[in-house]
Write a protein that binds this ligand. Structure first.
Ligand code: NDP
Length: 261
């Protein structure tokens, strides 16, 4: 007998039995992606750098949805930590289907005022971190699995003070396209999401002026929410919607800073 609940149950099992790692999942966009994936049936590794209580809150939210989750502290910019993140995932869940390289840092200065220390921090987390975690994960990602990397609309539409951040995200986009080719023989898809101005601690660290700039830049006159970006991640991760998409860069930006063409 068909019940009204049946179609909903089917919708919510799109990622059933899949194992997803989301880096930087204690807050903001990563948190929303982790919870979205769990709502679709995935078991999730909630990576964080230092904010243990926030990560544990995300794990509790996932348990409340009926999915499994563990929190794993690992600084993605540290090679040993990145390898341990993958090893702890395999020890607990035995496999990896989805990797989201979301952990990132935004620090903005005009290029002439950028310190070497700050440059190295941005590159270490945004670029080295993406590489270290991906390198450790790739041998273990299941056939038909997927990698999702977080870039930013600044690579299309920069504004003053974001040159080094843009340098880091441009590297992420190129890495995505090259990996899409490299991993295609294993039926692994690799894609980028480029959020626009999204309401998170990162954005708020830029003060009211940055938030106002984000509202004005959007064609819909609001900031994106982390949940908006999580829907884009779900599109890629769910085999039914994402199966024929690789090497792509989806601008999830409310039209702020250009279009996905
Ligand atoms: P937030 O600053 O709100 O959250 C950052 C997350 O990354 C936290 O969970 C933090 O963990 C984690 N993190 C930071 N450094 C490390 C590290 N070295 N190792 C592991 N985890 C780390 O960021 P957003 O949610 O706003 O951004 C997420 C991604 O989206 C980033 O890649 C960012 O560049 C990108 N993006 C964001 C935009 C925006 O407007 N918000 C726009 C475009 C792109 P902890 O809590 O432990 O500190």
């Amino acid at each position: 007998m068909t019940t009204a609940a049946a179609p909903l149950a089917a919708l919510q099992s799109d990622l059933k039995n899949k194992v997803a790692i989301v880096t930087g999942a204690s807050r903001g966009i990563g948190r929303a992606i982790a919870i979205k994936f769990a709502s679709l049936g995935a078991n999730v590794v909630v990576n964080y750098a230092g904010n243990k209580s926030a990560a544990e809150e995300v794990v509790a939210s996932i348990h409340a949805l009926g999915a499994q989750a563990i929190a794993v502290q690992a600084d993605v910019s540290n090679e040993q930590d990145a390898t341990r993140l993958i090893n702890e995932t395999l020890a607990h869940f035995k496999k990896i289907d989805v990797l989201v390289n979301n952990a990132g840092v935004f620090l903005g200065n005009p290029v002439h005022a950028e310190t070497t220390e700050q440059y190295r921090k941005i590159m270490a987390i945004n670029v080295d971190g993406t590489f270290f975690v991906t390198r450790a994960a790739v041998p273990h990602i299941q056939e038909h699995g997927t990698i999702i990397n977080l870039s930013s609309v600044v690579t299309k539409s920069p504004f003053p003070g974001v040159s080094v951040y843009t340098l880091s995200k441009g590297a992420v986009e190129g890495f995505t396209r090259a990996l899409a080719v490299e991993l295609a023989p294993r039926n692994i898809r690799v894609n980028t999401i480029s959020p626009g101005f999204t309401d998170s601690d990162m954005l708020r660290s830029g003060g009211d002026a940055l938030a106002k700039q984000g509202v004005e830049a959007s064609l819909f006159k609001r900031l994106g929410s982390p949940e908006d970006i999580a829907e884009a991640a779900a599109f890629y991760a769910v085999p039914r919607s994402g199966a024929w998409v690789t090497g792509a860069n989806l601008l999830s930006n409310g039209g702020a800073g250009g279009f996905s063409v």
